[in-house]
Write a protein that binds this ligand. Sequence first.
Ligand code: URA
Length: 434
Amino acid sequence: MNIVDIITKKRDHQELNKQEINYWITGVIEETIPEYQTSALLMAIVLNGMNEEEIGNLTESMMHSGDVVDLSGIEGIKVDKHSTGGVGDKTSIVLGPLVAAAGGKVAKMSGRGLGHTGGTLDKLESIEGFNPYLNQNEFIDVVNKVGCAIIGQSENLVKADKILYSLRDVTGTVDSIALIASSIMSKKLASGSDAIVLDVKIGEGAFMKDIESGRKLAKTMIAIGKHLNRDVRAVLSNMNQPLGRAIGNSLEVIEAIETLQNRGPKEFEELCINSAAIMLTQGKQVNNYEEGRELALETLRSGKAFDKLVDFVEAQGGNSEQIKNTKLLPMAKNSLSLKSNKTGWISDIDALELGKLSMHLGGGRVKASDSINHGVGLVLGVHVGSKVNRGHDLVTIYYDEDVLPKQRIQEAYACFTFSDEPVEVQPVILEMID
Ligand code: URA
């Protein structure tokens, strides 16, 4: 077998077989295939696509290119959730405790933030002492004892993805359903859970800008799950505005806590209840989605989900006093509320730009080696559809500089679009696919 033939085949719209895909991925991790040939093949895949069989084989090959986590020490069905990345997405911090309090098992590996999207690990590290570096046995012990744990992805998980992703980033080959689906699913499957809910974000603040491409990505990932015998279901959710009100690490932890205390934003709560209902169905705590919703709501309303958050934070070494009293969490020195200078209805809130603004305040990373300021960020005072008068709070900026640069204020104002007419509001859940 040789790589030039494989590249030529894909260039000529032919299907690659399992052996050819394995040969390529092995060559990538053993560095016997140079980056220029891998880049050429990636471009041929972007241009000519892959069928379901090829994508399944690529995912399987990538999944085995590093450690595959063995979660068999955890009793019961292990359920996981993956979001394709949004702004203000603190769902995992709510879902882990919520599903665990309802009897499910969530053994989650999360990443750090880069660019305008935040990472669950960075958010959780706002809590003093929280340890995302449990070893395999500690991880399994916490899930068995508490029902959920969240740790950082092992360095050796899906080695091929790290190499391929860094090449895709600089060769214009990120935008491919086959490559995105195999990248996401190889990591999820190597993380060891039996069942996965995929939250595919649609909108300006997301990878997938329209519902058709989101649907296609979701269906491709569900097909990969079938290929590898896992129960994968998907939710398409709206990312045309940030999720909830808070953007920034500590601020998002506070919003997750408020949601677990039944005082969170309604649409964010709805997204959590919806995903929890699917996960409880997959975990067989309930017989169907409707029963899952009922159980999730009952668990949230009773306060059991909040108590579970306290247990989970303590089990991972975090200071739970900060959960019980959020004033103890890191907070920026200064804040400024931007007031509306117009009257009307909010028709659009630019999630992508607000995510970037939070990053520039220090809440996110421009490059992977940057450190994070946990206390800075933004809290929205409006959402799409809000009726706003002059002087109404649009957004509060939390910052640590002595003076907030004018440019940041202008950037923040520019994120809000007004209409003279009432605006139709899209639901947070756009579609469910299984
Ligand atoms: N997220 C991933 O993990 N991989 C991609 O290719 C795109 C988004």
